[in-house]
Write a protein that binds this ligand. Structure first.
Ligand code: FEO
Ligand code: CA
Ligand code: CA
Ligand code: CA
Length: 678
C-alpha cells in the first residue's frame, strides 16, 4: 500500500512534453514498427547498434570478438501464479517457505537492549539496531558463499506511532531531543552479517562487520561538488564531509563489491524560512517546517554540535561556514558503502547527480568500456538519468584491494546524462555538462556556471535540455542475458499531457519501459514492456491484457536474478487493485517472450502465462527490496510499513490480535531446497 508521507509531487514547471500531433503519429505507428526499429536506427545513425530486442542471445553489443556462449537449456518459471490476498500475513507460491529475518529493532550487538514491544527502546539502542522501513538491499557473500554473507540494507523512513511508546510528542511546538535522536537513528542504512545454519538464516549478533549508518553518521563528499563553496558548512568548513543519509529508498551495487544507497525524499527533513535558492525550490525543500520538526529541538540543553539546528537551512550567520545554509546541498546523492570494511566511511558520489534518487543499477560491464549506472528520480514528471564513467573497466577491479578507491576511479569522473524518449521508439541521452545547448538557445554552462552548479540543480539542468518527463521513475533493472534495461514508472496522477513513453493520462496504474543503449552511449531504442492495470479495465487501460492472476499496479522495486528472471514488486494505492490484493511480487522471463521471428515482445494477451504472481504482502505493507544468494536458492525481500504484522517469525502466519508493526526482511526458500522460481 502506498505510503502517506512520501512526497513525490510534481515540481516540474518546464514545457518539455512533446506536441500532441507527434504523439498521435507515434501511437498509430507503434505496433507496426516494433521490432525492426533497432536495425533501422542503426542504419540511419551508423552506430553499429545491433537489433536491440532481437533475441535472448544478443549479448555482444560491446564485444564483437566475444565467442558465442554455449547454448543452455531454456529457463522456465516453475511455479503456479497465486491469487491476491488481503490479510495480516504474507502469501507465497506453493512449494515455498517464508520466514521473518531482522525486523526493525533487531539489535546488532549484545551491548544493546533487545527490542521491546512497548516502544521504549532508547535512541542509543536504535543506533545499534535494524532501522525502520526496510527498502532496497543487496547480499554480499563472504568468499562467494551462499550460506554466509552481509546484507546491506536501506531504512527509508519511519512510523512515529510504532517507533515511540505513544507516537510523536511535542511541548509548545518543540520536539523532545531523545525522540528526535531516535527518529534520526531509525533512518539510513545498515550492514548485517547473516549466516545459514541448517535450513535457516540468522543474524550474526556482534559480528565486527555489523554497522549502522543514520541521518547523523559522518560521511565523505566526493566528486565535482566536494570541496566547493556550495557544500561548505559550519560542520565541514572545507566542504568535504557531512552528517547522515536519509530516505534511502532503492539501492544499487557496484561491480567492485560495494553497496549503493540512494537518497530519495530527503528534502522533507530540511526547512528554509528565508528565500530558497532555485535548487531548493526545484527539489522541494520546505519553506515552513521539516517533516518531523527535527529543527525544533535546536537549542535543547543536550544538543551536541548543532545536531538539530542543522536541519534549519535558513541563512543566519555571516558566511556559509557560520551556519547550515548548505546542509541540504550535502544530500540528494548516491552514497557508496564498503560492506566488507567497517573502518571506512560512506562516500557521497556527487558526480551521479543530485535529485530524489530512487535506485542506481550498473549496466553490464565489458573490459575496456566505461561502467554505466542507471538512475530514476521518483517524482511526478521527473526524469531518467545515466552515468558513464571516464575510466574504462578493468577485470582486476572486480576484486580490488581498496574498494572505495575503485569507487573513486569509476564514480567521481564521468558523464551524467538525462533521457529523452522520442516518439519513433528511439531515444537520446542528453549530456549534462557546460557545453550542452539548452532549449532556449543558451548553454548549461551559461545557465548554471559550471559542472558543480549543474549537479546541484540536476533537475533544472535536465529541464533546460528538453528531457522527457516520466511517470515517477523508480527502480531500474538490467537483463543479464542481453543488457536491456528496464525502468518502473510507478504512476502519475498529475499527468495532463501524454508523451510516447508515458502514454496514459492520468497514469494511475504505472508501467515498465525498457531500452537498449547503443555503443555510442548516447542513443537507445525503447519500448513499453508491460502496463499495470486491473483485469476488468477497458482495453485502453489494460493494454497488456492482464488477468486476475497477474493484475497489478504501481510497479516499484524490480530486479533480475543472475539467470534472467525479472522480479517486479509493487507499492500501490490504486483501488481497483487494492480491492483485490495487497502489494505483491510477480516474476517473468522477458528473454523468453519472443515472436515467431525471435524478436522480443512485450507482455500481451497471448503470453499472460509468462507473468506470474509469486508473493503477496500483509495488509498495509509495500513489498520492496530484493536480493539473492549466488546459488539462487535463497531470496531476501522486504516488507515495509505493515499495518499489523508480524506476530511470529513464520511470515505466512496471520496475526491474531494487535501487534506493534515491524518492517522486516523475509527469507524465501524452496521447500525442497532447489533454485527459486523454476
Ligand atoms: Fe521510496 Fe520511490 O519509493
Ligand atoms: Ca520505491
Ligand atoms: Ca513507490
Ligand atoms: Ca516506496
Amino acid at each position: 500500500m502506498s505510503r502517506n508521507t512520501g512526497d513525490n509531487q510534481n515540481r516540474n514547471l518546464s514545457s518539455n512534453e512533446p506536441m500532441a500531433s507527434v504523439l498521435d503519429t507515434f501511437l498509430s505507428r507503434r505496433s507496426v514498427v516494433r521490432g525492426g526499429l533497432g536495425a533501422a536506427i542503426a542504419m540511419i545513425a551508423g552506430t553499429g547498434l545491433t537489433g536491440c530486442f532481437d533475441s535472448d542471445s544478443d549479448n555482444d553489443h560491446d564485444s564483437p570478438s566475444t565467442p558465442t556462449p554455449e547454448p543452455t537449456p531454456k529457463l522456465q518459471l516453475g511455479f503456479t501464479s497465486i491469487p491476491g490476498s488481503r490479510t495480516d500475513a504474507v502469501s507465497v507460491a506453493a512449494g515455498y517457505t517464508a520466514y521473518v529475518l531482522a525486523p526493525w529493532g533487531t539489535r546488532l550487538s549484545d551491548a544493546t537492549e533487545q527490542w521491546k514491544s512497548d516502544g521504549t527502546n532508547s535512541a542509543a539502542d536504535q543506533a545499534n539496531a535494524m532501522g525502520m522501513h526496510h527498502d532496497g538491499m543487496h547480499f554480499f557473500p563472504i568468499n562467494g558463499s551462499s550460506t554466509d554473507g552481509l546484507i546491506a540494507i536501506n531504512f527509508e523512513y519511519i512510523d512515529q506511532d510504532a517507533l515511540h511508546p505513544a507516537g510523536a510528542t511535542s511541548v509548545g511546538g518543540v520536539r523532545p531531543a531523545e525522540e528526535v535522536r531516535k527518529e534520526i537513528n531509525a533512518h539510513g542504512a545498515g550492514v548485517v552479517r547473516v549466516r545459514k545454519s541448517g535450513d535457516r538464516w540468522q543474524v550474526v549478533e556482534n559480528d565486527p562487520l555489523n554497522r549502522r549508518f543514520t541521518t547523523a553518521s559522518v560521511m565523505n563528499l566526493s566528486g565535482p561538488l566536494a570541496g566547493t563553496d556550495s557544500v561548505k558548512t559550519k560542520f565541514s568548513v572545507t566542504g568535504t564531509q557531512t552528517r547522515g543519509t536519509n530516505n534511502n529508498c532503492g539501492n544499487g551495487y557496484t561491480p567492485w563489491g560495494t553497496y549503493l544507497t540512494c537518497e530519495e525524499n530527503w528534502p522533507g527533513i530540511f526547512v528554509n524560512k528565508g528565500v530558497r535558492p532555485a535548487d531548493q525550490v526545484r527539489i522541494g525543500v520546505s519553506s515552513s517546517a521539516g517533516n518531523y520538526d527535527w529543527e525544533t529541538a535546536a537549542g535543547d540543553a543536550s544538543e551536541v554540535n548543532d545536531e538539530f539546528r542543522r536541519f534549519d537551512v535558513t541563512p543566519t550567520g555571516a558566511t556559509a561556514t557560520d551556519d547550515y545554509r548548505n546542509e541540504a546541498s550535502t544530500y540528494g546523492y548516491i552514497v557508496e558503502i564498503d560492506p566488507y570494511n567497517a573502518a571506512t566511511l560512506p562516500v557521497k558520489r556527487t558526480a551521479l547527480g543530485r535529485f530524489r534518487h530512487e535506485g542506481c543499477w550498473p549496466g553490464l560491464t565489458t573490459v575496456g568500456k566505461p561502467v554505466t549506472f542507471y538512475m530514476g528520480d521518483d517524482s511526478q514528471n521527473e526524469y531518467l538519468y545515466k552515468f558513464v564513467s571516464t575510466a574504462l573497466w578493468e577485470a582486476a577491479d572486480a576484486n580490488p584491494s581498496d574498494r572505495l578507491a575503485t569507487g573513486a576511479k569509476y564514480m567521481d569522473s564521468g558523464k551524467l546524462y538525462v533521457a529523452r524518449f522520442n516518439a519513433d521508439g528511439s531515444g537520446v541521452w542528453l549530456l549534462l555538462d557546460v557545453m550542452t545547448p539548452t532549449s532556449d538557445g543558451s548553454t548549461l554552462g551559461a545557465r548554471f556556471t559550471n559542472l558543480p552548479g549543474i549537479i546541484l540543480n540536476t533537475r533544472g539542468a535536465a529541464d533546460a535540455v528538453g528531457a522527457t518527463p516520466m511517470d515517477r521513475p523508480e527502480w531500474t533493472a538490467v537483463n543479464p542475458l542481453n543488457g536491456d534495461v528496464y525502468l518502473t514508472l510507478t504512476n502519475n496522477t498529475a499527468r495532463t499531457t501524454a508523451n510516447a513513453a508515458n502514454p496514459r493520462v492520468p497514469n494511475n496504474h504505472g508501467h515498465i519501459v525498457r531500452w537498449n543503449d547503443g555503443d555510442d552511449h548516447v542513443s537507445f531504442t525503447w519500448d513499453i514492456f508491460v502496463y499495470g492495470a486491473n483485469a476488468a479495465g477497458t482495453p485502453d487501460l489494460n493494454r497488456s491484457g492482464l488477468t486476475e492472476l497477474n493484475q497489478f499496479a504501481s510497479p516499484d522495486g524490480m530486479t533480475f536474478d543472475s539467470r534472467g528472471i525479472m522480479w517486479i514488486q509493487t507499492d500501490n494505492g490504486e483501488k481497483t487493485i487494492t480491492s483485490y490484493t495487497n502489494d505483491q511480487m510477480l516474476a517473468v522471463i522477458p528473454s523468453n517472450m519472443v515472436d515467431a521471428a525471435g524478436k522480443q515482445i512485450p507482455v500481451n494477451a497471448q503470453n499472460q502465462g509468462d507473468l506470474r504472481r509469486f508473493f503477496v504482502g500483509p495488509n498495509g505493507a509495500e513489498v520492496t527490496g530484493i536480493t539473492f544468494t549466488p546459488d539462487n536458492k535463497t531470496m531476501f525481500l522486504n516488507i515495509q510499513h505493515p499495518g499489523n504484522w508480524p506476530s511470529t517469525d513464520v511470515a505466512t502466519d496471520v496475526t491474531s490480535g494487535t501487534v506493534r508493526p515491524r518492517a522486516s526482511t523475509v527469507v524465501i526458500q524452496r521447500a525442497d531446497g532447489g533454485e527459486l522460481g523454476v
